[in-house]
Design a protein. Structure first.
Length: 122
């Protein structure tokens, strides 16, 4: 019985460590100056600070109900619908919703653009 308890304890601690690692790696990426330049072409006047405020809102409001989905996991065209659907539960006002959508589209667009160019190469 003692051996089983020790094995259980080791497995339990290992599982907690893996779980913490998995949760930590799910954190949405910080926007960079490159992202800000890219977003300014689509939405002039949107700044790096705006993108990172959208990220903070996404992490704080959306994670109150579920782990945030990494932006690259969803196509840029699908994010506005997801945010609209959840905005009431997340208590996002119009300006906050706009910031979250711009952040998610921007970060998702970079990944999806890279995937398209990589798949187009011979």
């Amino acid at each position: 019985m003692v051996f089983s308890s020790r094995v259980f304890a080791v497995v339990f601690v290992a599982a907690l460590g893996l779980g913490a690692t998995a949760c930590g790696s799910a954190a949405p990426p910080m926007a960079t100056h490159v992202d800000a330049e890219r977003v300014a072409r689509r939405w002039p006047g949107t700044t790096l600070a705006d993108l990172n405020r959208g990220r903070r809102l996404y992490r704080s409001r959306c994670s109150s109900c579920h782990l945030p989905v990494h932006p690259k996991r969803i196509k840029p065209t699908d994010w506005p619908g997801h945010v609209s659907e959840m905005s009431i539960r997340a208590h996002l006002n119009h300006d906050e919703k706009r910031l979250v959508v711009r952040y998610l589209i921007t970060m998702s667009s970079a990944t999806h653009a890279n995937n398209k160019s990589a798949s187009a190469k011979p």
